[in-house]
Design a protein around this ligand. Structure first.
Ligand code: PMM
Length: 264
C-alpha cells in the first residue's frame, strides 16, 4: 500500500502554498491537519528548492523547522525533514524526525551521510544533478537516472548508511523536462529494480500544470496529481509526496480497490 507524505513548507517563498504556513504555530497546526487527513509522514522543509528561490542561511533554516519538527514529533506525528544541510538534518533528527529527505541525495553536504548513518534514520535519496537550474540533458533518461541512483546508493553504503533505510526518488522536475518526467513516471519499475522503495514527488509540479489551461490556479493541479498517485500506486510506489492529502487518499483508495478487486 502506497503511503502519503504530506508537504509542509515552512518557507515564506514556497511557490505552491504562497508561504501561508510560515509562522510556527500555523505550520504545526497544518502538520497536524495533514496527519488527520491521512498523511503517514509529514515532510517539513524550511528552504524552497524551486528554481530561482533564495538560498536560506542554514541557521535561519534550522530556526524555521526545528520548533515545528519538535512539536509534531511530540504529538506522535512521523516527521521527515526536507533539507540539504547536514546540520539542519541533525537538529531535526534530535528534535524527533525519523526520516531525512534530501533532494541532493547527500551530494550537497558531505556531512549528510554521516548524520544519516550515525542516527540510523530513514533516508530519501533523490536523483540530483546539482540543483534545479541545471539543464536537462539525457539520451535515455530512465537508464541514466537508474545508473546515477545506483552509484549514489553504493557511495552512501560505503559511508555507512544502512541500505535498508534508503528510499529512492527520481526527482521530478529537477534537471528534467516534461518528457523526462513522464518517461520516468511510466518506468518506475526499472528504478524499483534497484531494490529500494520509490518515493514520487510529482504533486503540483510544472509538468503537471502544463496539462491545464494557462493561468489555472495551483489547486487545479491537485486532480492530475492525485491521478498520478493512483498510477504510481499501481506500479508499487512506496510513497507519494503531495500537497493535497484528501484528494490523494481518495485516489489511492480507488487504486487499491481496483488492484485488489474490492469495494472502494
Ligand atoms: N520536490 C521538492 C522538494 N522536495 N523532495 C523529494 N523527495 N522529492 C521531490 O520531488 C521534491 C522534494 C520541490 O517541490 P515543492 O516546492 O512543491 O515542495
Amino acid at each position: 500500500m502506497t503511503i502519503i507524505m504530506g508537504i509542509l513548507n515552512v518557507t515564506p517563498d514556497s511557490f505552491s502554498d504562497g508561504g501561508r504556513w510560515d509562522a510556527t504555530d500555523a505550520a504545526i497546526e497544518r502538520g497536524l491537519e495533514l496527519r488527520a487527513q491521512g498523511a503517514a509522514l509529514v515532510d517539513v522543509g524550511g528552504e524552497s528548492t524551486r528554481p530561482g528561490a533564495a538560498k536560506v542561511d542554514p541557521d535561519e533554516e534550522r530556526e524555521r523547522v526545528v520548533p515545528v519538527v519538535a512539536a509534531l514529533a511530540q504529538e506522535g506525528v512521523a516527521v521527515s525533514i526536507d533539507t540539504m544541510n547536514a546540520a539542519t538534518a541533525l537538529a531535526a533528527v534530535e528534535a524527533g524526525a525519523q526520516f531525512v529527505n534530501d533532494v541532493s541525495g547527500g551530494l550537497a553536504d558531505e556531512g549528510m551521510a554521516r548524520v544519516v548513518a550515525e542516527s540510523g534514520v530513514h533516508f530519501s535519496v533523490m536523483h540530483w544533478r546539482g540543483g534545479a537550474d541545471v539543464a536537462a540533458a539525457y539520451t535515455d533518461v530512465v537508464a541514466e537516472v537508474r545508473a546515477e541512483l545506483k552509484t549514489r546508493v553504493a557511495e552512501l553504503v560505503v559511508a555507512g548508511v544502512d541500505p535498508a533505510k534508503i528510499v529512492l526518488d527520481p526527482g521530478f522536475g529537477f534537471s528534467k523536462d516534461a518528457a523526462h518526467n513522464w518517461a520516468l513516471l511510466g518506468h518506475l519499475d526499472e528504478l524499483a529494480s534497484l531494490g529500494h522503495g520509490i518515493l514520487v514527488g510529482a504533486s503540483r509540479k510544472r509538468f503537471v500544470g502544463a496539462l491545464l489551461p494557462e493561468g489555472a490556479p495551483m489547486e487545479d493541479r491537485d486532480l492530475p496529481s492525485a491521478v498520478i498517485a493512483a498510477l504510481v500506486a499501481r506500479q508499487g510506489a512506496w510513497a507519494v509526496r503531495v500537497h493535497d492529502v484528501p484528494s490523494t487518499v481518495l485516489a489511492l483508495g480507488v487504486a487499491a480497490a481496483a488492484l485488489e478487486g474490492r469495494d472502494a
